[in-house]
Design a protein around this ligand. Structure first.
Ligand SMILES: [Cu+2]
Length: 254
């Protein structure tokens, strides 16, 4: 379990949204490193220009390797190192799999809403069928009633997660490409029709955060938003158990 923080303990600057995920500080530090290097290069370029203007008469006598090859080599190595570092941070949420104990949640984008599915007490998602998709009939994801694994699946319009526990999100889309984005969790990943994508993270700070769509997915794109609620573990357990019990009671009545 990752340490749970309070909002008061979280520091954030004016330039970035507050940071509520375990991997966030490393990404923010990398961003700041990029900005400081860019600032350093800007200052250096001006110094080189100024010195070049002042000693321009002697410049032609300087070896080409000093004037052009050396800066090019230094910049190539620097940018390759930065690219490798950022790729490593990016892949940590995607290509490196989540821990086996991570909580599974499925996120589905549809014009113009997000749906979140929890696998229920059996910890397994039920089968879905596209022809069964019907938000009007209370089955926006097309969960197949013939699959026992889907009986206890819970679908919500709000993503609720426990603080301090790793979460593995499976992203799907029903129609067009949507962009799942939770800025305070430093998450952004496309949801693509016909594909499943994974992204995992650990929310650490209880609170309410925005979920946005970052792909222009149609006329209603601007209102494709949802809320992420991060709760202390005990509160989350009570919330999920309440939903699962209601779902199972509903199934028994049918
Ligand atoms: Cu969208």
């Amino acid at each position: 379990m990752a340490p749970v923080q309070t909002m008061d303990a979280v520091r954030w600057g004016w330039y970035l949204p507050r940071d509520g995920a375990l991997h966030g500080p490393a990404l923010d530090a990398h961003l700041m490193l990029n900005l400081w290097i860019a600032l350093g290069l800007l200052v250096l370029a001006h110094i080189v220009l100024l010195v070049g203007l002042m000693v321009r008469r002697r410049r032609a006598q300087m070896p080409v390797v000093v004037l052009e090859c050396l800066p090019l080599l230094v910049l190539t190595v620097l940018f390759a190192w930065l690219a490798g570092r950022s790729e490593h941070l990016w892949a940590a949420q995607r290509y490196v799999g989540a821990a086996p104990a991570a909580m599974q949640v499925e996120v589905t984008g549809e014009q113009f809403a997000w749906y979140f599915r929890y696998p229920g007490v059996d910890a397994a998602f039920g089968r879905t069928k596209l022809q069964l998709v019907s938000a009007a009939e209370g089955n926006p994801l097309g969960i197949d009633p013939g699959d026992a694994k889907g009986k206890d699946d819970v679908v919500t319009s709000q993503l609720v997660l426990p603080a301090g526990r790793e979460v593995d999100l499976t992203l799907r889309a029903l129609d067009v490409i949507h962009g799942f984005s939770a800025p305070e969790m430093r998450l952004k990943q496309n949801a693509v029709p016909g594909q499943t994508s994974h992204i995992h993270f650990t929310p650490t700070v209880p609170g309410e955060y925005a979920i946005l769509c970052t792909q222009v997915c149609g006329m209603g794109h601007y209102r494709m938003q949802a809320t992420l609620r991060v709760l202390p573990a005990a509160e989350f357990d009570a919330w999920l158990k309440g939903l699962e019990a209601a779902k199972l009671a509903n199934e028994v009545q049918r």
